[in-house]
Design a protein around this ligand. Structure first.
Ligand code: ADP
Length: 268
């Protein structure tokens, strides 16, 4: 939006002149919003795990703790430290992408084993089975396998995280108009209409009572979008509040006759 203010200037020819000055504040506002959200995420997401790491390590330093309790405390410390490391990793990833410094290793690869591999890592986590649907044959694209795995991990992690109490998420790989589409569907909380345009924004989190307990930074989807677009793909989603969400990315299919199947990177 524009801020308008009036400046009076004296001019020898025109006499006293009123000057209307327009200043675009949109960018400034956005920068302020990002700074506020960064401070709030950092204070909450860094301080909460740090407090518990400090608390449990102090108990262990100051008291004699029974071995089974010690095991529990160390596992909490490890879990919280892992969370911190994830947050810092996400933050650095986004910085690197935005600075145009993320490099991509583009190789011909088969999306099928890649999808199977990541889905298998989420199968059974937090009480959710991952139901996989794959097409026949090779699903070749030219892309960066590690980055695609990171994207799929993020989508599956959200699907599981935002469908508490449900026991299944679907992961589908299918062809569509010369592209391969990887789709992750959950049957959970869904996304309110007013939140939909903001979903890929940095630090954006839906602020609803039903998800206040669910940890996160609002960086995951921002990273996913930037990466998929850098890789020449497209990301989209549908969601119905209270029924669930489907996130998908599409990548241009690689024409198989143009590729020697032997050069496909079947694993990382
Ligand atoms: P985070 O999960 O760390 O908050 P994301 O960028 O991954 O950050 O997601 C942003 C917000 O979008 C989340 O806070 C959540 O409210 C909403 N969201 C993301 N994925 C889903 C999903 N599958 N179902 C419902 N809401 C989702």
């Amino acid at each position: 939006y524009f801020e308008v203010y009036v400046q009076r200037i004296e001019d020898v020819v025109w006499g006293s002149v009123k000057l209307f000055v327009f200043r675009d504040r949109t960018k400034e506002e956005e920068t302020n919003r990002l700074r506020d959200e960064f401070v709030s995420v950092v204070s909450h997401e860094l301080r909460t795990p740090l407090a518990s790491i400090l608390g449990f390590s102090e108990i262990m330093l100051n008291r004699s703790v029974k071995p089974e309790k010690a095991q529990k405390y160390i596992s909490t410390i490890h879990g919280e430290a892992t969370r911190l490391s994830g947050l810092i990793g996400d933050f650095l990833d986004l910085q690197r992408i935005e600075a145009g410094k993320q490099s991509y290793r583009m190789l011909p690869l088969d999306l099928k084993p890649l999808t199977e591999d990541v889905a298998a890592q989420w199968d059974g986590r937090a009480g959710h089975a991952v139901r996989l649907t794959l097409p026949e044959g090779v699903c070749a694209v030219r892309s960066d396998g590690d980055r695609l795995k990171q994207v799929l991990h993020n989508l599956l992690s959200n699907a599981v995280k935002y469908s508490p109490g449900k026991d299944v998420v679907d992961c589908v790989l299918r062809p569509e108009d010369g592209r391969w589409v990887v789709e992750v569907r959950d049957y959970g909380l869904g996304i309110p209409e007013d939140a939909k345009p903001k979903m890929f924004g940095k630090f954006y989190r839906v602020d609803n009572s039903d998800r206040r307990q669910i940890g996160g930074t609002g960086l995951g989807l921002a990273i996913v979008k930037e990466m998929i677009e850098d890789l020449g793909g497209e990301i989209s989603f549908d969601s119905v509040l209270g029924e669930g969400s489907t996130f998908r990315f599409a990548l241009p299919a690689l024409d198989l006759p143009a590729v020697d199947e032997a050069v496909l990177v079947l694993e990382d």
